[in-house]
Design a protein around this ligand. Structure first.
Ligand code: NAD
Length: 291
């Protein structure tokens, strides 16, 4: 690839945008009469959850939000975890409640849905997912989906009228993002592990958002020069799947970034793309929920 082609590709820099959002949120908190409080309910020893929580506590502290972590013992029962979530729902000093994944239980939806929808700043309850799907401009959008949309908007990449392919159909990323994109007038296709001819789907899209957790799923031969690629996937180089971006250099996305970057119009890197946006969007959701 020539030097000029390289220069043309827009890098969707989530780390830079997170810093802009951090300043704006800090100013919003300064103007408030009291300190907003986010409660994170977690289970001790769940894979890397302490790292994810530390990142949120750090971001919260930097904008003046108090982050309270309620840690249950590793051998807690499902009903103890549900009780802990309900206690935060009922606590009037708490503005937002999140349940930190992963959890040592199989049916995670029960815990996601135990959060009071008005305090559900991760946007993962069926109530908020349903409101986003209804498209009436109500409901709290899942933090990662909000992060993707904010990132595209910052770089003037409108989705209106565009063919958007979302790879992944989880309730955490793919589904809420599909609903939100539809509300923004995109023509949305959702692909997943059972999709036939996924390469054709990728080639015919204007914007591809990939959230599969499969490194190198998108290679140079899959993309075209006008396309915008947003990489949500996060895995460690050694193949370990992780839930959120962590401060280490050994993180890769679902796109073979070095191969693809010169062949598309815009691309988000991993790390430093959607990952930092998710934390910022969580706190945007929190402050919006206070209104
Ligand atoms: P998940 O495992 O719940 O869902 C993965 C989805 O990808 C499924 O719908 C599956 O059908 C699809 N998929 C898997 N392999 C595929 C393939 N070969 N082709 C097409 N589709 C395929 O995962 P999730 O929780 O939605 O997370 C997805 C990825 O996004 C993970 O890497 C996760 O770490 C990352 N993630 C990142 C952030 C962030 O802040 N950037 C936040 C959440 C999740």
């Amino acid at each position: 690839m020539s030097y000029l082609q390289n220069m043309k590709t827009k890098i969707l820099d989530g780390k830079k945008l997170r810093e802009k959002i951090r300043i704006k949120l800090g100013q919003r908190v300064e103007g408030m009469r009291r300190t907003p409080v986010l409660a994170i309910v977690s289970v001790k020893g769940a894979d890397r959850s302490d790292v994810y929580i530390r990142e949120k506590i750090k971001f919260g502290a930097s904008i003046g939000v108090k982050v309270r972590n309620i840690v249950l013992p590793a051998d807690c029962s499902a009903s103890e975890l549900l009780d802990a979530i309900k206690a935060q729902n009922q606590d009037n000093t708490v503005d937002g409640v999140i349940v930190q994944m992963p959890l040592p239980f199989s049916d995670l939806r029960i815990f996601a849905n135990a959060v009071n929808p008005q305090k559900d700043v991760d946007g993962l309850t069926d109530v908020n997912l349903g409101k986003i799907l209804a498209g009436a401009g109500e409901g709290i959008l899942a933090a990662t989906a909000r992060g993707v949309i904010t990132l595209l908007r910052e770089y003037d990449e409108s989705v209106d009228g565009k063919k958007v392919l979302i790879i992944g159909r989880s309730t955490l990323v793919g589904r809420p993002l599909a609903a939100a994109m539809l509300a923004l007038n995109a023509t949305v296709t959702v692909a997943h592990s059972r999709t036939a001819n996924i390469r054709e789907e990728i080639r015919s899209a204007d914007i591809v958002v990939v959230a599969a957790g499969v490194p190198n799923l998108i290679r140079r031969e899959d993309v075209r020069s006008h396309q915008v690629i947003v990489d949500v996937g996060i895995s460690l180089v050694d193949g370990e799947k992780i839930e959120e971006e962590i401060p280490t250099k050994n993180v890769v996305g679902d796109v073979a970034f070095d191969e693809v970057r010169d062949s598309v119009s815009a691309i988000s890197p991993v790390p430093g793309g959607v990952g930092p946006m998710t934390v910022a969007s969580l706190f945007e959701n929190l402050l919006d929920a206070l209104r």
